[in-house]
Design a binder for this molecule. Sequence first.
Ligand code: ATP
Length: 137
Amino acid sequence: GNRTFTMIKPDAVEKGHIGAILDQINASGFRIVAMKLTQMTTADAETFYAVHKERPFFGELVEFMTRGPIVAAILEKENAVEDFRTLIGATNPEDAAEGTIRKKYASSVGENAVHGSDSDENAAIEGAFHFAGREMF
Ligand code: ATP
């Protein structure tokens, strides 16, 4: 697969890290196929994270992801899903490798700066959730 879906989450947008994160994404060889500043509604976040609905942190996750704007984007590169997850680092920034986006910009396991799709199938679903065909380049 050659595409993945990402969000720069509300914590990183609030702290002014959009530019630095996009620079690192571009410098790592990803092409931006689609991108926008948007805010998820509660219904959007509950749908997007439905796989986590039984987890104890689900309510907190929905609150967090809806509290302000995010940058949603589709990225293209050979081996995009796996390479992007390497670039962002572990879910918990304490476990994330040096130099990864989460190591540099995440505050906690919940407020962890960026999302990256975990499979080609989910990348396609998540990209289609946020973008119409005419918004993809
Ligand atoms: P993402 O799907 O955002 O790329 P991930 O695949 O690294 O993250 P998941 O385990 O799928 O992590 O969890 C999805 C999101 O839920 C995390 O990115 C984080 O924002 C939140 N989350 C995960 N674990 C916790 C936790 N223990 N406490 C609070 N929030 C959490």
